[in-house]
Design a protein around this ligand. Sequence first.
Ligand code: T46
Length: 136
Amino acid sequence: RIEPCRIIKVPEIVDSRGSLSAIEGGEALGFDFKRVYYLYNMPLGTVRGAHAHRNLQQLLLAMHGSFDVVVEDGSSKATFHLDNPTYGLYIGPMVWRNLVNFSPEAVGLVLASEHYDEADYYRHYDDFLRDARSLP
Ligand code: T46
């Protein structure tokens, strides 16, 4: 199992009008978020991600449809299937991720701990692997 990744249950408030789920930054989530972005209109067979972050923490959710997130920390690999807006995948720093198997019309929501910063990305797998494997 990949240590910095885990599924987080989001509370669901259900009544006769439908469901409402709220995510608050801070203690419950484990980080405060400064940025929200979403992924949509993915053509069949799309692969997104293929990078890691030095410091960023994120929560990924499938708002509609489903997709798989393949995560790797330099020594082990795991796949999480996201298909429910009340279960989010937390991804911590130093995790390579690939997002694959998007269902038609899937919508992914991401809460991110930091503003967008290209310098935080590992875009080359070999650089990531070298640094991930030298972590204590
Ligand atoms: C991640 C996965 C799940 C911005 O201008 N602002 C932003 O906040 C983001 C996330 C991206 N961009 C620009 C950078 C690129 O020119 O949007 C373009 C596409 O970004 P990228 O190729 O990084 O998209 P994904 O879907 O491969 O990766 C994104 C996040 O970058 C990444 O942190 O974990 O979603």
